[in-house]
Design a protein. Structure first.
Length: 762
């Protein structure tokens, strides 16, 4: 008996009727509205701020500047830096927060922003991370522009492999600054109750507990006097992990005024000032033998972190998990060096649908493999099949220190080629080429690393990246499971109920999922990096198994047999020799709360909790094939077919998994063809609206063709691996590989806009 399968999403009953409850839907009695004044300059001294006229506006209640914030003027980031909540004497990027107006309504607050007089003295600007690291570069921060140097792998072994390799190919590539662009922008309502001394923050966050800890550090309030509630969230993709200055200003204003204060940013503010992703300039080298054996990979990266190091990343990995850059290949040696730089751009570098820099790593290695195939004159499929880690090599210890848990890469690739009918595609391409048409076929094979993470390997701000689940069984046999992770549309209310139902033989509808409220859920670090299922999902299964184990003792008392005589089959405990005698969990739950004499040491009820410290990450993988047609007259790229074979271990809800893949593939089209947050030389952000920052619509995407293989994770209680970000990670290189294949060129940088493709065609 299993509750896994494509059951309908419970949350859709309200979401598709427009009855979701998002932060901006909420109105509290006496609530005021905040608006942020932002710097028009990318770098300038703030000479003076005069809020006199704004304060005279009849609907304005307060104007906060850095001096009014006192101890709350600076806040810790999730990367061991500190960030100005409101700029005091210097602004470091266009859009940086300078003042916060509180008024009766949103419109008056916005009007009053124009009444604040700020005198700026512009300073030289640096927006290119490579330029920022030169000796004579303008310092963005007092201590200079260097954020960190970080290495993984073995430099000496790698140098040796490269010195005696028969073929070495080098390619520079940029993964441009892109933005998660969730449908709902960021926002919060802070409500400080002066009588109770308790702060409640309704916030669009992906990580309510981590936020609560941060607010305790920022405000000095005891953490248990803070409640963070994340109601329905309209997409996060990493953008809603960080704490933003607007939240802190809303808190400060509510504490000062004693009434609730709402702050919700607009689209331009979201694009210009909140956590972006990528912005990696990479030089990759790949070494091989003449017969195509990949021997080594070496990478140098310059990572642009903007004006503050505000990336949400495990502390011991300043470059995230970029160290999985050897991808899915069995190499002799590998080494990467990542240098982080401050620039006069918005801070961030969030885990945008990519578990901490894995999108960059996968892009790099999959482009390098195609460059190598081109150099050797071999088919990229054959080169991959020759070098993929073999099924019998798992668990596989990578040359950069990770142990990939399980995989059968060849099976996934062969399945993708079967769906694509690869040989027929190549034949079609040859015919079209002869007629002068531009058709390209691109492959990618990716390995993801998700489920951060094991406390022995990683932490965030010194906090173990472990998550929990708590199950309460009612006497009538229904269950509530409270989880520490927070859905932004991924369907947790359904899939986490399925896990409990699966483990306890319950109906999915008899399990309710509680999440997004720090007052009634266990502590945990939240949802990003596809970690919910690998971490909190595991905790949920383990908590359910604790319920089941206790139920066995109660059932033994009910049935007057020894616990060892009971077996769990078809969703109930029954006597080993006589399946007709047994009890279901609802029957046992009732007895456990009833008057039955419980065995010694067995507590009343069946409630149970678990916190999960994963022994390892999970390593989902996939094989993608992309077919593009390029218009020779306009250089417009059309993705005609896209075949995605994903393996995320056991699928709890295949329909939800499929939805996650469709979304991620669409993201990939955006990044490969359209999306970039660009800046001019004065640091003006050129992508401040969705007219400039192009995201894909139904017009740009093909009918996705998906397939799957299932290789369970050996250490996850239900064998599941994360899936949330796989397609975002795997698809950009397949698309760019297809474009390069069509044009017969080594490389085109993303986004492959018509002008870039046209240039490459010349
Ligand atoms: O952390 P996040 O929820 O973004 O990512 P995830 O853990 O990969 O899960 C995304 C959605 O897919 C959730 O509803 C999962 O429970 C579901 N899922 C699944 O049904 N089976 C899997 N093997 C992995 C995820």
């Amino acid at each position: 008996m299993t509750a896994f399968g494509s059951v309908r999403r419970k949350e859709d009953a309200r979401l598709i009727r427009g009855q979701g409850r998002f932060v901006d839907d909420m109105e509290l009695p006496g609530m005021l509205h905040g608006a942020v004044l932002r710097s028009p300059y990318a770098h300038a001294e703030v000479v003076s701020i005069d809020a006199t006229a704004a304060l005279q506006h009849p609907k304005v209640h307060a104007v906060l500047t850095a001096s009014e914030l006192g101890d709350m003027a600076w806040m810790p980031t999730l990367s061991a830096d500190t960030q100005a909540v409101l700029a005091g004497d210097r602004v470091l990027f266009q859009g940086q927060e300078v003042a916060f107006v509180v008024a009766d309504d949103r419109y008056s607050a916005r009007d009053a922003l124009e009444l604040i007089e700020v005198e700026y003295e512009p300073l030289p600007v640096v927006t290119d991370a490579r330029a920022a690291l030169l000796d004579d570069a303008t310092p963005v921060r007092d201590a200079g522009n260097h954020v960190f140097d970080w290495e993984a792998g073995d430099p000496d072994a790698t140098a040796r492999v490269f010195a005696n390799a028969e073929v070495v190919v080098e390619q520079d590539m940029v993964f441009p600054r892109s933005h998660p662009a969730p449908m709902e922008t960021c926002g919060a309502i802070a409500s400080f109750d002066r009588v109770e001394g308790k702060l409640t923050l309704w916030c669009t966050t992906q990580a309510p507990h981590a936020h609560r800890t941060m607010y305790a550090l920022i405000t000095g309030l005891p953490e248990h006097r803070i409640r963070v509630v994340s109601p329905d969230v309209g997409g996060g993709f990493g953008n809603k992990v960080p704490v933003y200055p607007g939240y802190v200003c809303a808190i400060a204003a509510s504490m000062q005024l004693g009434v609730p204060v709402k702050w919700v940013e607009d689209r331009s503010e979201n694009l210009m000032s909140t956590g972006f992703a990528r912005d990696y300039a990479m030089r990759g080298r790949i070494a091989a033998s003449a017969d195509g054996r990949i021997r080594g990979i070496a990478v140098d990266v310059i990572a642009d972190h903007g004006a503050f190091n505000a990336t949400a990343q495990p502390t011991r990995y300043p470059a995230g998990f970029f160290s999985v850059f050897t991808g899915s290949y069995d190499v002799e040696a590998a080494h990467c060096r990542v240098t982080g730089a401050f620039t006069n751009k918005a801070p961030g570098g969030v885990a945008y649908a990519c578990s901490f820099r894995i999108a960059e790593a996968v892009y790099l290695v999959e482009r390098l493999v195609d460059c190598l195939a081109r150099e050797l004159g071999v088919d990229p499929v054959a080169l991959r099949l020759q070098n993929l880690i073999r099924a019998d090599q798992f668990p596989y210890a990578s040359k950069t220190g990770w142990v990939y848990d399980s995989g059968d890469y060849e099976a996934a690739l062969i399945e993708a080629l079967r769906i694509a009918d690869y040989d027929a595609l190549r034949a079609e391409q040859a015919e079209k080429r002869a007629r002068g048409e531009l058709m390209g076929i691109g492959l990618s094979f990716f390995t993801e690393a998700v489920g951060a993470g094991p406390r022995k390997h990683m932490d965030m701000l010194g906090l173990a990246m472990n998550d929990g689940a708590a199950i309460r069984m009612s006497p009538t046999g229904t269950a509530q499971v409270a989880i520490s992770v927070q859905s932004q549309g991924q369907g947790h209310e359904t899939t986490f109920a399925q896990i409990v139902a699966h483990e306890l033989g319950l109906e999915v509808d008899d399990v309710e999922v509680l999440h997004g409220d720090t007052d009634n859920t266990p502590y945990g670090l939240g949802t990003y990096g596809s970690r919910s299922t690998p971490v909190s999902g595991a905790a949920t299964a383990i908590a359910a198994r604790k319920v089941r184990d206790r139920a066995r003792l109660v059932a033994a008392a009910m049935l007057e047999v020894a616990p060892e005589d009971l077996v769990w089959r078809e969703g109930r405990w029954s006597v080993a020799g006589d399946p007709s005698v047994g009890a279901t969990i609802p029957e046992i739950a009732r007895a456990a709360r009833g008057t039955l004499d419980l065995p010694p040491g067995v507590e009343t009820g069946l409630d149970a909790e678990a916190v999960y410290d994963p022994p390892n990450l999970t390593f989902p993988f996939g094989a993608y094939v992309c077919v593009v047609d390029i218009d020779p007259g306009t250089a417009v790229v059309k993705v005609r077919r896209f075949i995605a074979v994903d393996d995320c271990g056991v699928r709890i809800n295949p329909a939800i998994v499929e939805g996650q893949i469709h979304g991620g593939l669409t993201d990939g089209i955006g990044m490969a063809l359209m999306e970039t947050i660009a800046f001019d030389e004065d640091g003006n952000c050129l992508a401040g609206s969705l007219m400039d920052y192009l995201i894909p619509t139904a017009v740009e995407v093909p009918d996705w063709e998906t397939g799957m293989t299932v290789t369970p994770s050996p250490h996850h209680p239900i064998g599941a691996k994360g899936i949330g970000e796989s397609a975002t990670v795997g698809s950009p290189p397949a698309i760019v590989n297809a474009i390069c294949d069509a044009l017969g060129v080594a490389h085109v940088d993303m986004p492959c806009t018509p002008s870039r493709v046209w240039e490459a065609m010349q």
